[in-house]
Design a protein around this ligand. Structure first.
Ligand SMILES: [Zn+2]
Length: 434
């Protein structure tokens, strides 16, 4: 269903894009003095595009990255998950192409015209997900329930009970919340067969929690590996592992670079992903350092699709600093997951880190159906944290740790991003060290 394009055609298209990009003042300057890349080694000399460059040159602040005037375009926001919300513009034709690719991905995971699809994505604030959901459900020809995640969750539940969707599309934060409420109030969705999520990752423990709450037979799939700037970067077939994606080679050029040795990573070797979108000319994205790591598996997929398989290895920068060490947020996530499901405890959490008189104060807030009943599990979570993060014990022994508290709060009470709807996992309030 997704076209496969060989290396030569991919390079030819990338070269066309390189030529087109020079019409934008930013790329004109960036590529000045560079010869057109005529083979792969020369392509790898094309300078990389950083997030900062995209941010500094984003319209409406600047027109430097546009190859044409912004009339007749749609503006979308990239959200605030990385602390650097940006706007990006696409022509309506490019938007349509982005949606065509997304619709293909949804079809592949088995959504069809006979489905009733609840669009529980977030709308507004220029965030593209709800509108994108509308477009792709329309392309599939399924029954569309444009409920959104913007309304009170009681109303989301009411619509879902009334219309009995077979498919729900949303972000993990909301699926966790719906599962928590369903468990608390004994709500069931007998017709629901597939959950498609986007925007955040979903660990095996969270999947199990959501399946437990929303129905044991429910299939759970990532909608796609995607970004506002480059669109669909990976899609899943039914044989893909949760973090594995086929690359749509006719639409996207993905390179995996070994940054240490400045060469392409071998299959199986994890490196930094560089993304070149082969369709977008109005604001070209060439060799963009998307911030993700991954590897080509090098294996043929049993589904028969020739588009290569990419395995994502997690996002760089999803961590916090503790006494000189970088601690991955996955350690916190796993500590919460150790108790999630008991006494109505949810996997949704926020870690607040503060400075109290030059000492470190950590407070982990976790949602729970009955916070009082859950309080007994706090000690267990502290133990889990201390086991996974040995630096905590070091901080304690050096009297550097003011406190490490675990607090249970009501379902839905943790702060959600008004743009993306995601729960903020980390709230680091310490003054940045210079
Ligand atoms: Zn496959």
């Amino acid at each position: 269903m997704f076209e496969w394009v060989d290396e030569n055609r991919r390079l030819a298209r990338a070269r066309e894009l390189w030529r087109a990009a020079r019409a934008a003042p930013f790329y004109g300057r960036k590529f000045a003095g560079c010869a057109e890349p005529e083979d792969w080694p020369h392509w790898r000399d094309v300078p990389l595009l950083s997030r900062q460059e995209l941010y500094d040159n984003a319209w409406p602040r600047s027109r430097a990255m546009l190859t044409r005037p912004p009339e007749g375009m749609i503006v979308t926001s990239t959200g605030g998950t990385t602390g650097m919300a940006r706007y990006t513009v696409l022509t309506h034709a490019e938007w349509d192409r982005f949606c065509d690719e997304q619709a293909r991905a949804l079809r592949l995971i088995g959504v069809g015209p006979s489905d009733r699809v609840a669009n529980l994505l977030v709308a507004g604030s220029l965030w593209p997900s709800f509108l994108g959901g509308h477009e792709i459900i329309k392309r599939i020809g399924a029954l569309h329930l444009p409920i959104s995640a913007n309304i009170p969750v009681e109303n989301v539940l009411r619509f879902c009970r009334e219309f009995q969707p077979t498919v729900m599309m949303s972000l993990p934060t909301l699926f966790i919340f719906l599962a928590d409420l369903a468990l608390k109030d004994g709500i069931t969705f007998p017709e629901l067969r597939l959950i498609g999520y986007a925007g955040e990752h979903m660990s095996p423990a969270v999947r199990a929690h959501v399946r437990h709450g929303l129905g044991g037979q429910v299939e759970i799939h990532a909608l796609a590996y995607t970004s506002a700037d480059a669109g669909l970067m990976g899609y899943q077939c039914t044989r893909c592992a949760p973090n594995e994606y086929h690359i749509p080679t006719a639409f996207q050029l993905i390179e995996v670079m070994d940054p240490e040795r400045n060469r392409p990573a071998e299959p199986g070797e994890t490196g930094e992903l560089l993304v070149t979108n082969l369709a977008r000319e109005s604001l070209p994205i060439l060799r963009y350092r998307i911030g993700d790591r991954g590897c080509f598996t090098g294996a043929a997929c049993p589904c028969g699709d020739r588009n290569p398989l990419l395995r994502l290895a997690g996002r760089a920068g999803d961590d916090f600093k503790l006494g000189g060490a970088y601690i991955g947020m996955n350690t916190v996530e796993q500590s919460v997951e150790a108790v999630a499901g008991q006494s109505g405890i949810s996997p949704n959490h926020t870690l607040v880190i503060a400075d109290e008189g030059n000492r470190l104060a950590l407070e982990l807030r976790i949602e729970a159906g009955d916070p009082e009943a859950a309080a007994g599990c706090a000690v267990r979570v502290v133990t889990e944290l201390e086991t996974r993060i040995p630096e905590l014990n070091v901080a304690r022994s050096r009297d550097y740790l003011a406190r490490l508290d675990v607090r249970f709060v009501a379902l839905g009470s943790l702060e959600r991003s008004p743009v993306t709807g995601k729960v903020r996992r980390l709230d680091d309030r310490r003054v940045e060290e210079k």
